[in-house]
Each structure stands twice: as structure tokens, then as C-alpha cells.
Design a protein. Structure first.
Lengths: 291, 291
């Protein structure tokens, strides 16, 4: 048994969707959530800058006596997971890319998988690589859907505007011909498409950013009812549960607890974060920390 | 005569709309533009964090031997102009809020002025104060239109989605009754409405963010043909020209020059910035600097 907290790190409030899944999967655990709101978003920044920020944040979080760390931000997982693992010396460090890729490979029948994420996540190619490691013949069509982040933060994740934006990004990804799919890549920020199943449409869509589950309804309206959607929050929570052997579990009967840290504006963290967490946070629930 | 460069500081690429206006207004001058792209956007961050970042950037820019500084970012102007002026000891430092407020007061007939900006600019109330200083009986209706920033950065500033987003934000601001206008304030991030002309609709709209001129067409489609639109880029360029007395002007016959500095990703600065500047930049035109 180990009653130390689990650290959850994100660039801002998006990772609260992962925290929510973790709290559901691991009752009785204590969590410390750190949102690097002073430097968000990570999704439009270079891999070098994201890695520098993420390492600083991970080190700050490790000083709270945590027993494991979850890198909830897809962009940070893509840019810096190996570096964070090196620095944390033996502590379990779980990112969101590998669990998401595993889930996509498991549910896809055709092997043609679409991935959407921030500019940085898509450009870095981490999902594409993780999927190909597990399923070398998979075809991966990837596209940056950067505006989804702002829509979710602004509370505009539902309704006709959200659906129009989803169609703007996704229509070309889910067109039936290989040629049309190629044109989607050219207009996206970056992409990779390799492997089998050319000329098909993807049967699976990975929501490769913690903000995107907020837009699940609009995305579903754009892609139709048959596409399998993979939300890495749920799959990451299961992966964390598997990595916590008996010696790292909380004692039975404990009440789940969460402590919230942010590097800027507790008021905005609480206001915007409440939507992502699905429960009301007050600014006084959030501690301001300096990295 | 003074052939030292004019420093232009912005949180990212939005200030390139101001740089473009400056280069048009002040031919023969040398400009050094610094975009703090590693920490953008400023618009969703607290005033304290914005002021800290802006002061660091202003100090870095001052080391390039500049003769005057333009704070092109509305959020930074709102949060930190007095502090930057203090630190720059006698160097002319020109922000974008006062020129925008002056232009709005000049063109508004009714005295009812609408201001749109980032969360931080609207919440801080700097436009509202600047307008009331010049025209104490003015009524100011202010609203944060945060998604405009992401639309402009993503190249989605035109077309039906941009117009729908503009209507989403602006319809309530430009409704004819006082009651409806009040409901617009409640749904915005922050607002102030004081002074004369209650129950009227604004006759003037201040584009209080450097990103918003990119959306001028969509905003015009939403507000109709009669509203006067004030873009602070042009008015700021005129204000800078007035502040540069003969002793601070460039020698006649010099060729205008611009040097671009960014704190992250020259590639993205060039790609997204080209749209704002209206001419093609290459990544190799942009120097990476560390603050």
C-alpha cells in the first residue's frame, strides 16, 4: 500500500478530462494536478520549447512526494515523455499517446486510423509511430484541428459553429478516395499516411488532445455514427491502474482527494476547468505556484 | 536625424498588422519586431503574468539600441504600459490603447462605442477608461471575443464559419434595446457600460486586438454597413509618427528595414505571420532569441 499522491501534469485545464477518468478508475487515490496555465497552450509551440516547459513542470510536481506521474497533455507526451522518464528515475511515468494508440489498434478493423491533435502532436508524429509499432501495416491519416482547443476553452464546444468547424477539418479526412484523403494532408498542418488500406476511409478516430472529448458530440455529427472514437482519457486511466501494482495502491477505504495547482490565474482555471471536470471548481480551490 | 531602429513588441504575430501600418506611415525607418511566441497568447493570462512577460520582452528589445518602442499587443498595452514607460526612462513608448480610444471618440457621433478584445484586455478595462478620459459621457459596451484570435492564427478568418462566430459574439452587442445589450454583458467575459445613450446601439466598434483586422470582412458581415470600425494599427502608426520629432526621424533616402525576432519556432512565425504581414516571410528571416 502507498498513500502518496499520483501527480497529473497538463499544460492547462484540458487534462482535467484525464483526471476525471483517473478518479473514476482509481477510487481512494490522492491526486495532485498541475496545470501550466502561465505558458499554455503547448500545442502551437516547438517541440524544444514544449520539452523545456514540461520538464520544469514535471520536476516541480515531483517535489510533492508523488508515487507516479501521468503526463495528461498529448503535446507534452509526444515531445518529452522519454526525457521526463529519464529525469524521474524509476517512478512510473505514464503518457497518453501509447494508451490511445493501443486502444485504436484494438478497435480498428480495417487498420486505417485517423488521428486528430494539436499542431505539435501531429507534426511530431508520435501517434503515427506508436500505432505503427503495434500494427506495422496500419494506415494512419493525421490532421491538426487546432481550433477545437479554443472552442472548448471558450465553452463553444456544442452547437452549429462547433459542428461546422468539425466538418471543416474532418470532411476531407473521411472522404472515400485515396486522392481526396491526400488533399486533406496537404491542407492540414502535418500528416503521415502509410501502410495498408489505401483508398479506404478510416474506421477509427483518435481524439489526440485532452480538449477534444468536450467536442465529441460535434465530432460525431461530422463523421457519422459508424466511426469508432478513441478518447485517450479512459484508456490512460486503465493503463495507470495496470501500472500501479499492489505496492503502489492506496489503502482501502480512503476517500479520493484532489489538490489543484496552476501557474497562472486560479480564477480562469476554476471557471474554464469546471466544464472539463464536469463539476464546479472555485478559484479558492486552486493554488497558484511559480515554476 | 536618428537612424536607430524602432522596436515593436508583441506577444506573437498579431502585431505584424501594426508593423505593416508603421512601415507604411514611416518610410525609411528601421524596425526590430519581437514576438514572444514561446509564451503567447497573452490574452487569456492574468494581468500580473502579462506584465511580467511584457517587461522582460521590453527590456530584451531595448538592448538592440532602439530609439522608440511600440507595444503593439493590446493585452500588453492594457496590463503594463505604465510599467514599461517607467523602465524605459525617457524613451518614447507608444501603446495601442490610447490611439484606438482617441480614434473611436473622434468618429463616434452618438457616443456609444463598442470595444472587442481578448479576455485580458476587456477584463482590465483599459479601453473603457481611456475612452471615458477623453469623452466622459461616452457609453462603452465591451466584450471578449477570444475565438477570433484562434480563427486568425488558423487562417480561418474568412468564410461562413468566421461570419457565424462574429454573429455569435456581436449580435447581442448590437441589439437595439438597453435590456438586450445588458444581457450581452452578462454573457461576455467582462464588460463595462456607463454614460449616455442607454437604449441605443453602438455606432462605432473598436477592434481591440491586433488579430481582429484579419477578420474585418466577417465582422462587417455581422454588424452591417453603417457601424464605424476602428482598427488601432492605423491610428497607432499615426501616433508614433507624431511622437517622433525631427530629432528622432530617419535620414532621408534610407530604405525601410525590418528585423524579426521570435522566442519560439521561426517556422510557425513565418508561416502564420505571412498572413498578418501580407507578404511572404521565410523561417530564415526570423531570428530565435531567448528571454
Amino acid at each position: 500500500m502507498n498513500d502518496q499522491p499520483i501527480g497529473v501534469f497538463d499544460s492547462g485545464v484540458g487534462g482535467l478530462t484525464v483526471l476525471k477518468a483517473l478518479a473514476g478508475e482509481l477510487p481512494g487515490e490522492q491526486f495532485i494536478y498541475l496545470g501550466d496555465t502561465a505558458r499554455l497552450p503547448y500545442g502551437t509551440k516547438s517541440a524544444e520549447t514544449v520539452a523545456r516547459y514540461a520538464l520544469q513542470a514535471a520536476e516541480a510536481l515531483s517535489e510533492y512526494g508523488i508515487k507516479a506521474m501521468v503526463v495528461a497533455c498529448n503535446t507534452a507526451s509526444a515531445a518529452s515523455l522519454p526525457a521526463i522518464r529519464d529525469r524521474m528515475e524509476g517512478m512510473p511515468v505514464i503518457g497518453v499517446i501509447e494508451p490511445g494508440a493501443e486502444a485504436a489498434c484494438r478497435v480498428s478493423r480495417s487498420g486505417h486510423i485517423a488521428v486528430i491533435g494539436t499542431e505539435g502532436t501531429v507534426r511530431g508524429g508520435a501517434y503515427q509511430e506508436a500505432i505503427h509499432r503495434l500494427r506495422p501495416d496500419a494506415r494512419v491519416s493525421a490532421r491538426s484541428t487546432q481550433l477545437f482547443v479554443a472552442l472548448a476553452e471558450e465553452g463553444m464546444h456544442e452547437g452549429p459553429i462547433a459542428v461546422s468547424v468539425a466538418r471543416h477539418y474532418l470532411d476531407a479526412l473521411f472522404e472515400p478516395t485515396g486522392a481526396a484523403a491526400s488533399s486533406a494532408f496537404a491542407s492540414g498542418a502535418a500528416s503521415g499516411a502509410t501502410g495498408a488500406a489505401r483508398g479506404t476511409i478510416p474506421d477509427t478516430l483518435v481524439l489526440g488532445c485532452t480538449h477534444f472529448p468536450m467536442l465529441a458530440g460535434a465530432i460525431r455529427a461530422a463523421v457519422g455514427p459508424t466511426i469508432r472514437m478513441v478518447d485517450s482519457a479512459a484508456t490512460t486511466a486503465k493503463a495507470v491502474s495496470e501500472r500501479l501494482g499492489a505496492n503502489l495502491r492506496a489503502s482501502p477505504g480512503r476517500k479520493t482527494g484532489v489538490r489543484f495547482l496552476a501557474t497562472d490565474s486560479p480564477e480562469r482555471f476554476a471557471r474554464v476547468g469546471s466544464r472539463f471536470l464536469g463539476q464546479t471548481l472555485a478559484a479558492t480551490d486552486v493554488e497558484l505556484v511559480d515554476l
